[in-house]
Design a protein around this ligand. Structure first.
Ligand SMILES: C[S@@+](CC[C@H](N)C(=O)[O-])C[C@H]1O[C@@H](n2cnc3c(N)ncnc32)[C@H](O)[C@@H]1O
Length: 209
């Protein structure tokens, strides 16, 4: 079973993964769930948007996170270097630096917490985004974990978007997907082709509201 990797995506990748557009995010309180070392919150904040990030990682200090995530990042860049040029490695490092800087300077925006029980009130957020955890790591996270986690994100937010719906290693839709779609059939649920395609070939986003 492969470990969960602490790699963070940037704002432009989030826009593409979740098919977001700036107009629909105006005046919305957004939760980035399983945000890890992503720079999404940091970059959105600079543009005037309200984003809270939650991840179990945030029980650690900035120095501790930096130590762990730098190792993950360098290992990841080494193993992917034949796929991407130097520009990609530079971008990944910039995303990582933006996250660490914001985490040090403005820790209130980063809440320690984990699925399937988030430390937020019912309906606290307008939109909950969760990328590169659910479905991707189906080999280590159970079907019930997926159902409870999605139910929990719907408890704290009016709309939930999850990217991708693929298993990372098998490069096909998660075996949990049809069960999840059935479980949440009373919601307005759709799978959209995302405008972003990840380095692992994932390209679909699930939207539930
Ligand atoms: C691959 S990273 C994704 C980070 C970010 N969402 C992105 O796409 O760049 C996966 C993250 O899931 C977090 N994670 C693991 N178990 C979790 C749980 N039960 N609840 C919330 N986050 C969890 C890890 O700490 C890690 O930061």
């Amino acid at each position: 079973m492969k470990p969960i990797v602490f790699i963070g995506r940037g704002l432009s990748e989030y826009m593409g993964m979740f098919n977001l557009n700036p107009e629909e995010m105006e005046d919305k309180l957004i939760l980035d769930c399983a945000a890890g070392v992503s720079s999404f919150r940091s970059e959105m904040k600079r543009k005037g948007f309200d984003v809270v990030a939650v991840d179990p990682l945030y029980s650690k200090t900035a120095d501790e996170i930096e130590e762990i995530s730098c190792k993950h990042l360098e290992r990841y860049l080494e193993s992917h270097k034949r796929f991407f040029g130097d520009g990609f490695a530079d971008y990944r490092r910039i995303v990582h630096e933006m996250f660490i800087r914001d985490y040090r300077e403005d820790p209130d925006g980063y809440v320690a917490g984990e699925l399937p029980a988030l430390p937020f009130d019912d309906g606290e957020f307008d939109l909950v985004l969760s990328s590169n955890l659910l479905f991707l790591y189906e080999d280590r996270l159970s079907y019930m974990f997926h159902v409870e986690s999605i139910r929990e994100m719907l408890r704290v937010g009016g709309e939930v978007r999850i990217f991708p719906v693929n298993n990372v290693h098998k490069r096909r839709r998660s075996r949990y997907l049809s069960g999840v779609l059935d479980e949440f059939r009373l919601y307005n649920t759709e799978i959209q082709r995302a405008s972003y395609r990840s380095e692992t070939g994932c390209g679909e986003v699930m939207i539930i509201k």
